[in-house]
Write a new protein. Structure first.
Ligand code: GAL
Length: 845
């Protein structure tokens, strides 16, 4: 290399490094797109909420997002997470917003900061701190002075913090966009005209903070200029902003859906996500955000609800544990490559849209030098053949083909080139020494949580109190306790059945009679109310009725959601089968206790002196705290705690809450479809798995919370469970699978506008082991011809090449990755005139 060449290389490298950490200064927009330093940008964004992973995970999640083709990371800012008490801020650890934004910048990506500060997000109380509710005269999310003052104070606080760190693009930082409010337009009706003025005020307030970058409001058709109104939904191709001067932007493309306790597991097929994205860019969109790109975990008591599960996996392209979800991640990565290659043409002009027949549509972006076409078949049933620019194209049902030169199909949303990775959880022995006496479970100790009132701060009040106003959400738990005298001659005693009847707003309750659990009730996502009617046995004289009412995440969505109450608001009655006598206890003087004794004693930390390990470990005993110690599972794969065997409660590892657990809440038996048809409009109920199974058995334990040995696990169990059944598991990849037909487009990487005719290229089946130190160790299945079935259960069809297995074995075994041409040149032709495909299942070690 000559010196001048060397200098050029050094300069190029230096610019590259700078480009990844320093950002341009000017973000504006016009009708087509966001402009960064005057250049129209077509941007791909993805949501990663910083509290739903750990700072140790952030760089890897962000890198995987970048590798997946994202330009922007979007996050909400979670007010109640940062200001647990009014005026007391916390930005440490998982709350270190600045560190998160800087981590994104370090990877060279932009940030969209959705400050809200109402965020919804399946987050406790939609992100509002509970103390806000107690400010005199406050009305949330409307033209109300106390609310507006608080909202402005927090929004300004965040903006100032970002400014101080020079994080706005206008200051050379990564933040190119901010959001104020969240989907207010969806719920505004009942707020009437004060709601309308609140929108105007929010807009003005945001603008007054002078961030130097544009603001958006999502789902807000009346967002005042210059605020951009954006779309949220499973599809946004039909959306138009409220002014011709604003670009078409999509702030939430739901990549799956959230899980609730008691619900089955939602998923969204990659073909449909890709279809929705391609349709959006086809119809003039230039900014699209995946909600979620990494969903993560609702640690602690952060879930909203009620009944949002601890896992917030969301079927996102990066799974809860931080591993790429294949083929979703890869299929979208391919799409992003094609979109980015077309960026200039897409930004330059509006598309020209023409019909190619019923449900068939072409959109063309043409400039002097480029022509990009999108061909869509929005029909749900039949594939179609269309003629476009004199050429014939096959368009599978519910798919978009992208032609970056208006000629060659480089990508089709229904044809996945990425291999699937089938994950599995491998159970781990936690103690190297296999001596049974040392295994997890033999070193358990426990403490009983007292039934009923045990704390000094208990108080007595006539009547039944609403829970959230009483606890201020300091704990999930509120005891309602009553002592009654039953005389010998009362009907509730004389041998006929007596029922206790309790009506609660939710979310769950356990009823104890004379210290014994008599029955439990729970609501579900969508209806949190509990109505309990259980037989009880009373004694002559004094009886205690102790009702433990509990919340499972506070409401986060809807008009006036902040006023939705919880707890036992009654009536509470005793009913005798004999003669229908009832005794209404609702207006008696009840004694209340907020929270548990164990919470007061800081038992989650594990170091109390009261832990009991002398006598036999109690099993299936309500209200029990358990503690054990364990060694971290070996290796570096993500760790899950399998809480099968436990009932309901919360778990802590080394003092950090890994969230509420509830493996006994079983999903309904119906409504699932393991192989959901991606064709046709998706909605949150369309594709579900795990019917009839526990909604969530596995709970993420971040690696960074573990030491190699001597870790403490504490559980608080409400209903009764058997901790001996617990196990740890690590998340591994069991198989790689791919199924590519002769009609698949060749890999996107093989495309270059110079290549004369792409039609001469052949499709390729590619496999790659997920970890750097792995190689493909075996081929479990390979067939070229007409194989069918899905990963894990592929079968040979009528037609199959005799060479398939040996060709694939020879090419792949021992390598980290391999590529095989899907063509008769490789495999011979086992059945002339039939479109053939290659299906492979492999494993890595
Ligand atoms: C939207 C909301 C998000 C999230 C999503 C569902 O309405 O803006 O915050 O709640 O629904 O996951």
């Amino acid at each position: 290399m000559r010196t001048t060449e060397l200098v050029i290389v050094v300069v190029v490298l230096a610019v590259g490094v700078l480009a990844s950490t320093s950002f341009s200064a000017n973000v504006t927009y016009d009708h087509r797109a966001l402009l960064i330093d005057g250049k129209r940008r077509v941007l791909v964004s993805g949501s990663i909420h910083y509290p739903r992973s750990t700072p140790e995970m952030w760089p890897d999640l962000i890198q995987k997002s970048k590798d997946g083709g994202l330009d922007v990371i979007e996050t909400y800012v979670f007010w109640n997470f940062h200001e647990p008490s009014r005026g007391q801020y916390d930005f440490e650890g998982r709350k270190d917003l600045v560190r998160f934004v800087k981590a994104v910048a370090e990877a060279g990506l932009y940030v969209h900061l959705r400050i809200g500060p109402y965020v919804c997000a399946e987050w406790n109380y939609g992100g509002f701190p509970l103390w806000l509710h107690f400010i005199p005269g406050i009305q949330f999310r409307t033209d109300n002075e106390p609310f507006k003052a608080e909202m402005k104070r927090f929004t300004a606080k965040i903006v100032d913090m970002m400014k101080q760190e020079k994080l706005y693009a206008s200051q050379g930082g990564p933040i190119i966009l901010s959001q104020i409010e969240n989907e207010y337009g969806n719920v505004a009706g009942p707020y009437g005209s004060p709601g309308k003025s609140y929108v105007k005020w929010s807009a003005g307030m945001a603008l007054s903070l002078d961030t130097g970058v544009p603001w958006v409001m999502c789902q807000q058709g009346d967002a005042p200029d210059p605020i951009i109104n954006t779309c949220n939904g499973f599809y946004c191709d039909q959306f138009t902003p409220n002014s011709n001067n604003k670009p078409k932007m999509w702030t939430e493309n739901w990549t799956g859906w959230f899980l609730s306790f008691g619900g089955s597991l939602p998923y969204r097929p990659p073909e449909d996500v890709a279809f929705a994205v391609a349709r959006f860019y086809q119809r003039g969109g230039t900014f699209q955000n995946y909600y979620m790109y990494h969903g993560g975990t609702n640690f602690g008591r952060t879930t909203g609800g009620p009944f949002i599960a601890t896992s917030y996996d969301y079927d996102a392209p990066i799974d809860e544990y931080g591993l790429i979800r294949q083929p979703k991640w890869g299929h979208l990565k391919d799409l992003h490559k094609v979109i980015k290659q077309a960026e200039e043409a897409l930004g330059a002009t509006d598309p020209t849209i023409t019909s190619l027949g019923s449900n068939l549509e072409a959109a063309v972006y043409k400039t002097e030098t480029r022509c990009v076409a999108f061909l869509a078949n929005v029909g749900t049933k039949s594939d179609a053949t269309v003629t476009f620019n004199g050429n014939s194209y096959n368009l599978p049902a519910w798919s978009v083909s992208i032609l970056p030169d208006c000629k060659n199909v480089v990508y089709n949303t229904a044809k996945i080139n990425s291999a699937a990775m089938i994950p599995s959880f491998v159970r781990q022995s936690l103690i190297d020494d296999v001596d049974a006496s040392k295994s997890l479970g033999s070193v358990w100790s426990w403490i009983n949580e007292p039934v009923g009132i045990s704390k000094d701060n208990a108080f007595t009040k006539p009547g039944l109190l609403e829970q959230i106003n009483t606890t201020a959400d300091k704990s999930d738990y509120l005891w309602y306790s009553l002592s009654i005298d039953v005389k010998g001659d009362e009907p509730f005693l004389d041998g006929s059945q007596t029922d206790l009847h309790v009506e609660s707003l939710g979310h769950g309750l356990h009823a104890f009679i004379n210290g014994k659990l008599a029955g439990s009730g729970k609501g579900r996502n969508g209806n949190s109310k509990v109505s309990l009617e259980i037989p009880v046995t009373l004694v002559s004289g004094k009886n205690t009725i102790d009702l433990l009412s509990l919340t499972v995440g506070l409401q986060n969505y809807g008009s006036f959601f902040d006023k939705v109450g919880a707890g036992i608001t009654g009536p509470v009655k005793l009913k005798s089968a004999k003669g229908g006598a009832t005794l209404d206890l609702s207006s008696q003087r009840w004694t209340y206790q907020i929270g548990l004794k164990g919470e007061e004693l800081d038992l989650p930390i594990g170091d109390s002196s009261q832990w009991n390990s002398q006598s036999t470990l109690p099993k299936n005993k309500p209200l029990t705290w358990y503690k054990t110690s364990f060694d971290a599972p070996g290796g570096s794969s993500p760790v899950a705690l399998d809480l099968t065997g436990m009932g309901k409660g919360e778990a802590w590892v080394n003092g950090q809450s890994i969230g509420r657990y509830w493996p006994t809440y079983i999903a309904p038996n119906s409504g699932c479809n393991d192989n959901c048809n991606y064709r046709g409009a998706f909605d949150a109920d369309k594709c579900h798995k795990n019917c009839g199974k526990p909604s969530q058995e596995l709970y993420h334990v971040p690696r960074s919370w573990l030491r190699p040995s001597g870790n403490t696990l504490v559980l608080f169990e409400e209903i009764g469970g058997d901790p001996m059944q617990l196990s740890f598991a690590t998340r591994e990849i069991e198989s790689l699978c791919s199924h590519i037909s002769e009609s698949h487009p060749p890999p996107v990487d093989m495309w270059s506008s110079e290549s004369k005719s792409r039609r001469q290229l052949t499709p390729v089946l590619s496999l790659e082991c997920p970890s750097p130190n792995q190689v493909i160790s075996s081929i479990k299945f390979a067939s070229f011809g007409t194989p069918h079935g899905s990963c894990g259960s592929f079968n040979h069809g009528k037609c199959s090449s005799a060479r398939a297995l040996s060709v694939v074995q020879k090419t792949c075994i021992g390598s980290k990755s391999c590529n095989i041409g899907v063509s008769i040149n490789t495999f011979g032709d086992p059945c002339k005139g039939v479109t053939k495909s290659l299906a492979v299942e492999a494993s890595c070690t």
